[in-house]
Design a protein around this ligand. Structure first.
Ligand code: GLC
Length: 419
């Protein structure tokens, strides 16, 4: 019991910055970026290895693109970046001794992981390494499932890669494993041993759940679903339906800044994080549709970030209910009402059973007049138009209650205890 509690306490400490950071950038960048047909293109089109491998030599990268990502992440209000050091295609973006199929030996002739790490440090962002366990290039990457000697070799390779990543770049904040095909159990991957090595090399690191062990956090993908109480989670979302660079999209295929704000609301309400992806162009530059949208999200966060960053409490039912004009997040006795459908100068909320002490708009210090009857709060003195302009058009009202906020509406017009 003592060890368990100690472990939980260590984890809480290790993860505090991550919980408070809320918002990170995912970067999918590799040989596949040159083709622009999704990072699974090698598998989906069954491209022969002899045809795919030359992409390692044709890959040309501009000068330190990671600085552009980091600058943009910072402007977007993101606090960390997770970059693909090796995706399923097997090409390593760092200076590895495990294979020559890497960015230092081939095309770019540079350690792209080192550049990424340097850029994050320059811009004050935490650093995450994505690493795909599945490997379509390594000769034992599939054979390992039915040949013990191949499994042994493949695990040596895998551990070698992870050891280098955890040893050669200073402090790394997050290890983000992906797809553990084809070995069917953590025992066969020997994940516990590998993660113990990782924790010895990087004692404060946060590890995700994709090495077939739960470790520190869950990773819902392309949907925002809170984990069970007490379990940390991070929703990873594409910007336009593909993780890797995908030029064949329409403008409306990209999540709008307003939609990203809404995702942030959903993650915050469930106490989770949002890891939003960009798939840079082959040369590393950020696709234009992502730039303006992320800048708008950053401007929004500058004004309304109080509702997002820091330690939050779940806003889930039965504490707080759904409302037609917006949705809630919560920090202790403060409720944040994210109003995305602005009704004009007055706004009403039913069912609050706690005493409202103060109402204000985030970004302005002025207290708003309000009335509170047993079944309804009416807030007045609001601007006629949504004070948050386009493109986000989501203003946040802060409602400070005297005690833990509790809202009860249910399905009926009267609550059973009221009649
Ligand atoms: C996946 C996909 C992959 C992507 C990732 C992001 O499992 O295979 O291409 O990198 O999830 O979460």
């Amino acid at each position: 019991m003592e060890t368990y509690d100690q472990g939980a306490q260590d984890r809480a400490q290790r993860m505090q910055w991550w919980h408070e950071a809320r918002f990170g950038m995912f970067v999918h960048w590799g040989l596949y970026s040159q083709l622009g047909r999704h990072e699974w293109v090698m598998n989906r089109e069954r491209i022969p290895l002899a045809e795919y491998e030359p992409l390692a030599d044709s890959w040309q990268v501009k000068d330190r693109p990671a600085r552009e990502w980091a600058r943009l992440a910072k402007a977007a209000g993101m606090q960390y970046i997770v970059m693909t050091t090796k995706h399923h295609e097997g090409f390593c973006l760092w200076d590895t001794k495990q294979t020559d199929y890497n960015a230092v030996r081939r095309g770019p002739k540079r350690d792209l992981v080192q550049e990424f790490v340097d850029a994050c440090r320059e811009f004050g962002l935490k650093i995450g390494f994505y690493y795909s366990l599945m490997d379509w290039h390594h000769p034992d990457g599939t054979l390992c499932v039915k040949d013990e000697a191949a499994r042994y070799r493949f695990l040596e390779f895998t551990r070698g890669c992870v050891r280098e990543l955890m040893s050669n770049y200073g402090r790394i904040d997050i290890l983000w494993y992906d797809v553990s095909w084809p070995l069917e159990s953590p025992e066969r991957w020997e994940s516990a041993v590998m993660n113990q090595m990782v924790r010895e090399l990087q004692p404060h690191i946060i590890i995700n759940n994709r090495s077939q062990l739960p470790e520190d956090f869950g990773t819902p993908e392309e949907h925002i679903t809170a984990a069970e109480a007490g379990r940390a989670w991070e929703a990873c979302m594409t910007f336009n339906g593909s993780w890797g660079y995908m030029p064949y999209t329409l403008d409306e295929d990209w999540h709008s800044a307003r939609a990203v704000v809404s995702m942030l609301r959903q993650c915050t309400a469930g106490g989770g994080n949002l890891l939003l992806n960009i798939g840079p162009k082959p040369d590393g530059s950020v696709p234009e549709p992502a730039i303006g949208r992320l800048q708008a999200v950053g401007q929004w966060l500058e004004k309304y970030g109080e509702a997002v960053y820091g330690s939050v409490d779940p806003a889930s039912h039965p504490q707080l209910e759904w409302m037609p004009l917006g949705q809630f997040t919560r920090k202790g006795n403060a409720v944040y009402y994210w109003v995305s459908r602005w009704p004009g100068s007055a706004l009403a909320l039913g069912g609050f059973q706690s005493q409202l002490v103060r109402a204000s708009l985030l970004g302005s210090n002025t207290a708003l007049p309000f009335t509170q009857e047993p079944r309804r709060i009416v807030i007045q003195g609001l601007p006629a138009d949504n004070p948050d302009g386009l493109p986000t058009a989501t203003a946040v009202l802060k409602l400070e209650f005297a005690s833990e906020p509790l809202q009860k509406l249910g399905a009926g017009y009267w609550l059973p205890e009221e009649v």
